[in-house]
Design a protein around this ligand. Structure first.
Ligand code: FES
Ligand SMILES: [Fe+2]
Length: 438
């Protein structure tokens, strides 16, 4: 079977269904995107001390994010160089050194071989410093203000060049912490759907869908508005559900900003009540005062005025800085995707501010979410529909006439444009055709 030619799958205004349904295309994506691009792997607060580790996904591989003796970070493949056993089986932990559970070879934190039982079973040609006998290391690992990214590719643009203007999303999240640091807190929420990974990234800034796909929860929120508003445990959820019911002209008024690397962000649309970007109540007033202690009044006002919803760092990270939430989109198979949500405390902020984050996650990203369940259902319907080959192409031209090229290379458009999808496929094609080393 010949390899698929990505150039035949993407045009300016349409994309071939094979991009979502062909297992050979998926395999090529793993090789040319997920084994090359910078991918988010974790946060520094997950591994505060030397020997701490967390097991994370880097493209198709499971790797161990660890803190070294000199406090630097390393990513090691979870694979013993002897006969291939996984070195650890837990999601996180602490080790003084690595010890393989099969034949007890041991390794230093940085992966170099320390001891081999039955050493007299090896002849003089056995060289413990042979690179083939060390735990393999991921060649590039970098932290941007505590957010750790890695790349399987030894060469290519640096992390800040890759992040481009979307570094501002991570900046804003850190800037919102009165102490200047974030702490990943609690466990994670995981969801899986039977659909291609790109469906999630496309939908995250598709602003025509909310008032259609989420119509039932908008209607329920409107019907029970007074009761939900009166109960502090549901008032935030009420505001979030109501916000999905904007009229189309209002959605068009939410700006989209597309970056050359496939990244995109959208403006905010949570304007009222407890989810308004700036409000006045005892908790928020205390929070703002602690931010002002760090940054001063003027800078604090600038930080809080950054009102964006989803910031998408291509290929597979969604950042919500205001609520301190990250979502990683992990391709599992051409028609299966895992979404992992993590949340962060703004260090130094009142504890009540973290309640907003938890409510946000529960309402938007948990298995019981009325919003996420709608989206996952539509992803699965898209995947099933695309299996029907009667029409091979999908249309992505909406809003092309309103795209505005900016002098810095970015493109802006009204929120109802499909600009973000076209922009993601531009980066996709660049990588898939081998034109980009990112
Ligand atoms: S497989 Fe690890 S020591 Fe044998
Ligand atoms: Fe949605």
């Amino acid at each position: 079977m010949s390899a698929p030619d990505p150039a035949h799958l993407v045009q300016d205004d349409r994309v071939h269904r094979d991009a979502y349904t062909d297992a050979a295309v998926f395999a090529l994506e793993q090789e040319r995107i997920f084994r090359r691009a910078w991918l988010y792997v974790g946060h520094e607060s997950q591994v505060p001390n030397p020997g701490d580790y967390v097991s994370v996904s880097l493209g198709p591989d499971t790797v161990l994010l660890t803190r070294q003796a000199d406090h630097s970070l390393a990513l090691l493949h979870n694979r013993c160089p002897h006969r291939g056993a996984c070195l650890v089986n837990s999601n996180s932990g602490h080790v003084a050194r690595w010890r393989c559970p099969y034949h007890a070879w041991t390794f230093a934190l940085d992966g170099h071989l320390l001891t081999v039982p039955m050493a007299d079973g090896y002849d003089a040609a056995f060289n413990p410093t042979d690179p083939a006998l060390q735990i393999a290391r991921v060649p590039r690992v970098e932290s941007y203000r505590g957010f750790i990214f890695a790349s399987h590719a030894a060469n290519g643009p640096g992390l800040t060049e890759f992040l481009g203007s979307l570094a501002s999303a991570l900046d804003n999240m850190v800037d919102r912490a009165p102490n200047g640091t974030l702490t990943q807190t609690g466990g994670v929420l995981r969801m899986e759907y039977r659909g291609n990974w790109k469906l999630f990234m496309e939908n995250a800034t598709d602003l025509v869908h909310p008032s259609v796909v989420h119509e039932s929860s908008v209607a329920a929120a409107r019907a029970h508005r007074e009761a939900l508003a009166a109960d502090p445990s549901t008032s935030q959820t009420l505001q979030m559900l109501l916000s999905n019911g904007l009229a189309m002209p209002q959605w068009a008024g939410v700006p989209l900003h597309a970056d050359p690397h496939g990244h995109v962000y959208m403006g905010g649309f949570y304007k009222d009540g407890v989810i308004a970007p700036v409000r006045s109540d005892p908790v928020f007033d205390r929070y703002r005062a602690s931010l002002a202690d760090r940054h001063g009044e003027e800078r604090t006002a600038q930080i809080l005025a950054v009102d964006r919803f989803n910031n998408l760092i291509w290929p597979n990270l969604s950042v919500n800085a205001r609520f301190g939430v990250l979502r990683q989109i992990q391709p599992v198979a051409v028609d299966r995707t895992r979404v992992t949500s993590t949340c962060f405390r703004f260090d130094g902020a009142p504890d009540e501010m973290f309640d907003l984050t938890l409510q946000f996650l529960n309402t938007a990203s948990s298995a019981s979410s009325m919003v996420a369940s709608d989206d996952l259902e539509i992803f699965e319907r898209c995947q099933r529909g695309m299996a029907d080959g009667s029409l091979p192409w999908l249309d992505i031209r909406r809003g092309r006439q309103t795209d505005q090229q900016q002098t810095d290379g970015s493109i802006t458009a009204p929120g109802t444009s499909e600009l973000a999808i076209r922009n993601q496929f531009s980066a996709w094609l660049s990588h898939m055709s081998g034109a980009s080393e990112l």
